[in-house]
Design a protein around this ligand. Structure first.
Ligand code: PMP
Length: 362
């Protein structure tokens, strides 16, 4: 087999090889059923086992308390931008958004269709290089909720500590860092994440919702867009993305086999460090976009001093087998996404490549 690519895609992104191989092995005959997971009825016992195991694995890996439901929805994190205000923001009511990048901007835009969202804080003035300091944030008890993006996939910043919002429900888009580090779920009323970075293939969106929030839901929302519809039916109200959920369950099993979230966190720190160190020790040949104390362990954003050299770097990196190093089309530059399934060896190889490129070009 051709060597696996050094895959630094921002999402969909690398999946663990062991998971792909297991899926390949089970592809045409899943556990003696004589069919693939895709061909199982979503009402069959065999599929239900897959579905329920994925839910219980996620609950156990993230230590999700009993008063939360885990839902598998569709429509990506983008549909959550709409579903959240549709269900929890009434006309004229305020909700606070903490603006840390393009995904926060997309989220608040949807909320504007339903109520009066406002900026609690924004790091736009410094090109989204930072996460606002907790001391800068003030909350209004009347607000329907507070929304933040835990990891900013495009700018490469990440919250290290989350704000304490008291009785105001805290909602987080964790699309690009869920399962990469321990989180205290009890601090949040709702967490959502598209699966295609740390959880599995695209097509599934995970929602972790505190049960009391379901009672606050707007009853005018269409059936499919109400969280309670999916909570009441164990996410089997309609046909779920069965293969994606199977893959998600296998990724969770892999995380368990790696030793759980703590081991994964340590590996993620080592992977990010080797690349950040290369940037920091390059005497300005490479420079990071994010301020050091806001740096993401998942998306490492950097630039080269000279635009032509940056283009050359990206071209030669591609030729050398590094995939997905171009920054997001809206900001340019370079970005290495080092999600859970990206092996240390890929990060080490990138660090070496960056060192050699610098030597040759300075
Ligand atoms: N939020 C964040 C933080 C993201 O990184 C992305 C996708 N890259 C989205 C939301 C949008 O997700 P989706 O494509 O699943 O709608």
């Amino acid at each position: 087999m051709k060597q696996r690519a050094y895959n630094f895609n921002a999402g969909p992104s690398a999946l663990p090889l062991a998971v792909l191989e297991k899926a390949q092995k089970e592809f045409v005959d899943f556990q003696g059923t004589g069919m693939s997971v895709m061909e199982l009825s979503h009402r069959s016992a065999a599929y239900e086992e897959v579905h329920n195991q994925a839910i219980s694995r996620l609950k156990s890996l993230l230590s999700i308390p009993d008063q939360y439901e885990v839902l598998f929805l569709q429509g990506g994190a983008s549909l959550q931008f709409s579903m959240i205000p549709m269900n929890f923001l009434s006309a004229g009511q305020q909700a606070g958004y903490i603006m840390t990048g393009s995904w926060s901007e997309k989220a608040i835009k949807e909320a504007e269709l339903f109520g009066k969202p406002y900026h609690i804080a924004s790091s736009k003035k410094n090109q989204y290089r930072t996460i606002p300091a907790l001391s800068e944030l003030t909350f209004n008890e009347q607000d329907a909720y507070v929304h933040l993006t835990s990891n900013n996939t495009i700018y490469g910043t990440q919250w290290k500590e989350f704000p304490e919002t008291g009785n105001i429900p805290l909602i987080a888009d964790m699309s690009s860092d869920i399962l990469s580090r321990p989180i205290d779920v009890s601090r949040f009323a709702l967490i959502y994440a598209g699966a295609q970075k740390n959880l599995g293939p695209s097509g599934v969106t995970v929602v972790i919702i505190r049960k009391d929030l379901l009672e606050k839901e707007n009853s005018d929302a269409p059936t499919m867009l109400k969280y309670s519809t999916h909570a009441k039916t164990n996410s089997l109200f309609h046909t779920p993305p069965t293969f994606g959920i199977y893959m998600l369950g296998e990724v969770l099993r892999w995380v368990e086999e790696q030793g759980g979230i703590d081991v994964i966190t340590q590996k993620n720190e080592e992977k990010a460090k080797i690349i950040y160190d290369t940037i920091d020790q390059s005497h300005g040949f490479y420079y990071g976009h994010a301020e050091k104390d806001s740096r993401s362990l998942m998306n490492i954003t950097f630039r080269l001093n000279d635009e032509d050299l940056e283009k050359k770097f990206l071209t030669e990196a591609k030729e050398a087998g590094f995939v997905g190093l171009n920054g997001h089309r809206s900001v340019g530059g370079c970005r290495a996404s080092t999600y859970n399934a990206v092996p240390f060896e890929a990060c080490k190889a990138l660090s070496e490549f960056m060192g050699e490129f610098q030597q040759k070009n300075s």
